[in-house]
Write a protein that binds this ligand. Structure first.
Ligand code: ATP
Ligand code: MG
Ligand code: FE
Length: 334
């Protein structure tokens, strides 16, 4: 099946054509980073307006690069949540109109399932059951993937998402938006053992996460240094913060995989683009003798190819959406 997918949940307007859930014929991402940078974050109204300007050319480019016409598509997929409602609605209105005009099925995709399916896009034979750590800008979840239709949330963040913590700490370090990749770059020059920031393990055996305490610890450390006139090495702070986040993410993922007898570990979501996290998770999985999978970085951050892949598995079981599908900003993952 040839699926066109559209993703507009946040600040990237994305469209992709994927065949059979694995062959990426095109994967176009129009980022709005430049427009949001001067505000230090995503401004919802600005994002919606950019999506409106970008959606038609981005889809046209996805088809052109794929070398296909609208008539060769078997289905139209679209992210319908979670995300910014005004942003989601642009992609949704476009996708619904197109599905109606072409008389092809519409497939509504959960954004986080899209992140997870970036794994199946690149590794269709990924062994199940798997434990998947989904770490992104707005979410942090450990998910048990039993099959393509059965899954269970094993743990979630109780406050900030991992990506949100990266972005906020980057901001107090004076790094430009979006902070995650900038913080990673700075951390390469620093010593991860320079500052001992707290690790929130929570109750014994808990697979939940918490990053707001760590974020506050970094802010307090910087304020204290400022007040006492102590020397601060921003690279050391970045490296030490990153090490604290990654240690907890890796440890709990391995614990979950062991406890639930997973056959593999999957790392997904925007933060999975982080090289230090990828390397640490790979090393820990190797030590635990668990096969480890992580999509290449450009498939970890928001894109539409991952949405097309998730949609393909829905297509196989005829999990189609009605044409009155609505955007659900807080759509739960189940
Ligand atoms: P969600 O998927 O939860 O709705 P989102 O779609 O806005 O949120 P993603 O695109 O999935 O987020 O991921 C973006 C997040 O990933 C941002 O917080 C960003 O800082 C973080 N991120 C991206 N690259 C890196 C990196 N190399 N190191 C750390 N964090 C990163
Ligand atoms: Mg984004
Ligand atoms: Fe995302």
């Amino acid at each position: 099946a040839t699926i066109l997918a559209i993703e507009t949940s946040c600040d990237e307007t994305a469209a992709a054509v994927v065949i059979g859930g694995r062959e990426i014929r095109s994967n176009i991402v129009a980022s709005q980073i430049a427009s949001h940078r001067r505000f230090g974050g995503v401004v919802p109204e600005v994002a919606s307006r950019h999506h409106m300007e970008n959606i038609v050319p981005v889809v046209a480019e996805a088809l052109e690069v794929a070398g296909l016409s609208f008539y060769e598509l078997d289905a139209v997929a679209v992210t319908y949540g979670p995300g910014l409602v005004g942003a989601l609605l642009v992609g949704l209105a476009y996708a619904k109109s197109l599905a109606y005009a072409l008389d092809k099925p519409l497939i509504g995709v959960h954004h986080l399932l899209g992140h997870i399916y970036a794994g199946f896009l690149q590794y269709p034979e990924l062994p199940l059951p798997a434990v998947c750590l989904v770490v992104s800008g707005g979410h942090t979840n450990l998910v048990y993937l039993e099959s393509h239709t059965r899954r269970r949330i094993l743990g979630s963040t109780r406050d900030d998402a991992a990506g949100e913590a990266f972005d906020k700490v980057a901001r107090v370090l004076g790094l430009p938006y979006p902070g995650g990749p900038e913080l990673e770059k700075l951390a390469r020059e620093g010593d991860p053992r320079a500052v001992s920031f707290p690790r929130a393990w929570l109750e014994e055996g808990s697979l939940d996460f918490s990053f707001s305490g760590l974020k506050s610890a970094v802010i307090n450390y910087l304020h204290h240094a400022q007040q006492t006139g102590a020397e601060v090495n921003p690279a050391d702070v970045a490296a030490s913060f990153q090490a604290a986040v990654v240690e907890v993410l890796v440890t709990k993922t391995i614990q979950a995989a062991r406890r639930f007898n997973a056959c593999s570990i999957l790392l997904a979501g925007g933060v999975a683009a982080n090289g230090f996290l990828r390397r640490e998770m790979a090393a820990a999985a190797r030590e635990a003798a668990l096969p480890f999978f992580c999509p290449e970085p450009r498939l970890c951050t928001d894109n539409a190819a991952m949405i097309a892949c998730a949609a393909y598995y829905q297509y196989l079981r005829r999990d189609f959406a009605p044409l009155d599908l609505n955007a659900i900003p807080d759509l739960p993952l189940y």
